[in-house]
Design a protein around this ligand. Structure first.
Ligand SMILES: Cc1cc2nc3c(=O)[nH]c(=O)nc-3n(C[C@H](O)[C@H](O)[C@H](O)COP(=O)(O)OP(=O)(O)OC[C@H]3O[C@@H](n4cnc5c(N)ncnc54)[C@H](O)[C@@H]3O)c2cc1C
Length: 386
């Protein structure tokens, strides 16, 4: 594909977020949208996601984002012609002290007001959901039966496919190397395959978001942090499906993937930003130690493999969505941490509304890019099992 020389909008990054934005812009009738992806569609941190989707967030905006995602994933096959592998397996949080529980209760009240089914259950009821669990040290569990999972690769492919059908050009293997500006306004990008003139550039570069923002002289607090996921050999001793289950105290989480058990130590590590994220096999020990605490029977399983990816974190765990301060025409949709996959459908929809209608139908001030310059509002961090 020849790289277009002009565009109405250039999206930097062909991950799930960039593809969703491009699709929604084109669906709303914007012609000449170009996505520039340095590798291949969906090969960034999207390919490392566990696929989890939960309404269990601390803020109204994020809960609404998740409810929107569930609506989209429920009818994804009809709209996109791709089976996203959507399953409502539920999310189960294991709570071992009263203070943790009080934090959950406050959020549950909000989640329920917005129509989400989330409940506090007893440790024994948690064991009815996952019989292999050790629950004697728990005070309660939090159960969201409407939560679930879908396939990040399938969903990204669905967005990209429909976007292309609607005229979006997706340039793979092309890297954006600089942002062109004229009198403080974006006028296009320079790439490894030449220049594209455009009045609108959208940063959807995932873990590379801060580096891309710096091309326009904008400092963004998006910090990529490594997380591992391991999987066992087929392990029928824990029959599936089981909810995506998180031990809140240790950060360990697990679920079944076909016959295997997926497990993560819930690690958060600064290794610098890189596309090919190296694995630290030393983390297997940490994952297994934490796993045995909760699932003693897992001591009989064998680890068959694993992977590591970068979660683009922000200081308050909320994404950054909005115009970049000081550079007209440069829009940000970044910092999605461990929930960028599930929030991609809503992000695409509301960003397209914002860009084409002048404002979005949902208040997105939670994600205001300038909030870090102000004295910090006390945002509650979410229990991010991603
Ligand atoms: C282990 C792990 C588990 C997770 N589990 C979940 C989960 O259960 N649920 C959930 O919702 N989320 C989960 N996440 C988080 C999720 O993966 C991310 O939030 C989401 O994929 C971010 O999507 P993105 O499109 O912003 O980023 P990416 O997929 O990284 O896309 C950005 C793209 O930009 C491209 N790019 C960067 N710089 C340039 C440049 N200069 N020029 C051109 N292209 C460029 C990159 O190649 C990349 O493809 C998990 C993450 C990890 C690491």
């Amino acid at each position: 594909m020849d790289l277009p020389r002009t565009a109405s909008a250039v999206v930097i990054g062909g991950g799930v977020v960039g593809c969703s934005i491009a699709y929604h812009l084109a669906r709303r009738g914007l012609a000449d949208v170009v996505v520039v992806e340095r590798e291949t569609v969906g090969s960034g941190t999207t390919s490392k996601a566990a696929g989890g989707i939960r309404v269990q967030f601390p803020t109204e905006t994020e809960i609404r984002f998740s409810l929107e995602a569930i609506r989209v994933f429920e009818r994804f096959q009809d709209e996109f012609g791709v089976d996203p592998g959507y399953k409502k397996i539920g999310y189960l949080f294991l709570v071992s002290d009263a203070k943790q529980l009080r934090g959950f209760e406050k959020r549950i009240a909000l989640q329920r007001t917005l129509g989400a089914d989330v409940r506090v259950i007893t440790p024994d009821d948690a064991r009815k959901l996952v019989p292999a669990l050790r629950v004697d040290d728990l005070v309660a569990a939090v159960w969201g039966p409407g939560d679930g999972l879908a396939g990040p690769a399938e969903v990204t492919a669905g967005f990209a496919r429909r976007a292309r059908e609607l005229g979006v050009k997706i340039a793979e293997g092309v890297r954006v190397s600089s942002l062109e500006r004229t009198q403080g306004r974006v006028s296009g990008v320079m790439t490894s395959a030449g220049a594209i003139a455009s009045p609108l550039v959208i940063n959807a570069a995932g873990p590379a978001a801060a580096r891309v923002a710096r091309l326009a002289g904008v400092e963004l607090p998006v910090h990529p942090r490594r997380r591992h996921i391991f999987f066992t050999e087929p392990f029928p001793a824990i029959p599936g499906p089981v909810p995506l289950t998180t031990d809140v105290t240790s950060g360990f989480y697990f679920r079944k993937e076909m016959e295997q058990v997926l497990l993560s130590p819930g690690d958060v590590e600064d290794i610098g930003e890189d596309f090919d994220v190296p694995m630290d096999w030393g983390k297997v020990e940490e994952a297994v130690q934490k796993a045995i605490q909760r699932l003693p029977i897992i001591g009989d399983a064998r680890i068959a493999g694993g992977w590591a990816g970068l979660r683009p974190l922000t200081p308050d765990d909320h994404a950054i969505i909005g115009w970049a301060p000081g550079v007209e025409g440069f829009f940000l949709a970044v910092g999605f941490g461990g929930h960028g996959f599930q929030h991609s459908p809503a992000t695409g929809r509301y960003v397209a509304e914002w860009l084409l209608d002048g404002k979005s139908s949902l208040d997105l001030s939670l994600f205001d890019p300038s909030r870090f310059d102000r004295p910090r509002a006390a945002h509650e961090a979410s229990a991010d099992a991603g």
